[in-house]
Design a protein around this ligand. Structure first.
Ligand SMILES: Cc1ncc(COP(=O)(O)O)c(C=O)c1O
Length: 384
């Protein structure tokens, strides 16, 4: 369970999106991988499933033993009163985003994103359905709070889907109980179907995470929630997540998924089961580490003139504002790549409300962050 060092050779060989594209002098703090190896408990779960020869077709929605564990967790942790009929294992959280858009949106519909800026596939999947993304920005001048008046104003007769990300990528905001109640009420008053991405529920660093679908039976029926394993357990390569909803939407979605993929990979499901049953000790050690990395990151950014960074309550991301340098986010990204040999992500990738910001992933070892921020600080000082 060591988080003090990373295995850079392994990452440069294996982490195909985050590390392998870059030469050896480059530090990537961009793609949302964590830099640590698979928890042993998860590997053991997969080995057990291999020994059981889980190779024939499995059950459509998920292996019964896996669904049982998922339901127990949804009831205990999320307070969503799910039974196995309400749950479907899916190949990755991203698939949940796709299914929500595919199920709900028709050409010309609007999908309202709450809050913006947002993880880019939300926008891509809306546009792939020939629908229109509409953005309800966080209030950057008020601690990233939701602008609920704006949310109401943005609803039109064409609004078909309300898409929520909580905890929020890229800002790390965790919505409060009052905010969630208000969002739920707006959805009910306007009879909207809601999608909530709760992938980062296990990366809460301050405060508490609440699930919208837990607030009332009506919200359970009008909300499709996706939960995943890719981030907190660092296993995105296994492509495993699950969706939950009660009633007619789930019945239709279930049919559509069966026609597409039959079911989700049985070994990946075994990884999910092991994470839920045996992952708590690993998770709590990792969260302590992540919190230290968050605090170190904020300390370093706080010392750089011209950078202003809201404090994230969850996720492995900070989303600092760098607009004072008079360059676009992408120009700063290109400059840091060349001058500091550090890769960060442009806020503009997260939609129009992300311009002026950078997204930095701090889920790595302290030594990596120290070197990266020495270089970032040195490069930005030259711009001041
Ligand atoms: C909010 C959000 N949802 C979904 C995903 C994709 O997750 P998965 O790898 O489980 O498909 C990410 C990945 O960064 C994300 O940030």
């Amino acid at each position: 369970m060591g988080f003090e060092t990373i295995d850079e050779g392994f990452l440069r060989r294996r982490a195909a999106l985050k590390w392998t594209p870059w030469p050896e002098d480059v530090i990537p703090l961009s793609v949302a991988d964590i830099d640590f190896r698979t928890p042993r408990e998860i590997k053991e779960g997969i080995i057990r499933a291999l020994d059981e020869d889980r190779t024939p077709y499995g059950a459509y929605s998920g292996d019964p033993d896996v669904l049982e564990v998922v339901c127990e967790k949804l009831n205990r942790v999320n307070r969503i009163p799910a039974t196995v009929e309400d749950v479907h294992m899916v190949p990755g959280t991203m698939f949940g985003i796709f299914v929500a858009c595919y199920h709900t949106l028709r050409p010309g519909d609007e999908a309202l994103i709450c809050p913006a800026p947002i993880y880019p596939p939300f926008i891509e999947n809306i546009e792939n359905a020939h629908a229109v993304p509409v953005f309800n920005s966080v209030d950057f001048s008020h601690n990233l709070s939701l602008d609920l008046d704006d949310l109401k104003r943005q609803i039109t007769p064409r609004t078909r889907l309300l898409m929520v990300c909580n905890p929020h990528n890229p800002t790390g905001r965790v919505l409060s109980g009052e905010e969630l109640e208000a969002v739920g009420q707006i959805a009910q008053e306007n009879d909207l179907f809601v999608f909530v991405d709760e992938l980062y529920e296990d990366m809460i660093l301050d405060g508490e995470h609440l699930s919208l679908a837990s607030l009332s039976p009506d919200l359970f029926q009008r909300t499709l929630t996706v939960f995943g394993f890719s981030k907190a357990f660092g296993i995105p390569g296994f492509r495993i997540a699950y969706i939950v909803n009660r009633g007619k939407h789930m019945r239709e979605i279930r049919k559509r998924i069966h026609g597409m993929i039959v079911h989700t990979d049985t070994l990946a499901q075994a990884a999910a089961k092991a994470a839920l049953i045996h992952g708590d000790a690993w998770l709590s050690a990792f969260r302590s580490h992540l919190k230290r990395m968050r605090d170190y990151t904020l300390k370093r950014l706080g010392k750089i003139d011209g950078v202003w960074c809201p404090k994230p309550q969850a996720t492995p991301f900070v989303f600092p504002n760098v607009s004072s340098y008079g360059m676009t986010s992408q120009q700063i990204v290109d400059y840091l790549k060349k001058e500091a040999r550090v890769i960060v992500q442009s806020g503009s990738d997260f939609g129009p409300h992300g311009e002026g910001h950078l997204r930095i992933n701090f889920a790595t070892a302290l030594s990596v962050l120290k070197e990266a921020f020495d270089r970032i600080e040195g490069a930005l000082v030259k711009l001041s």
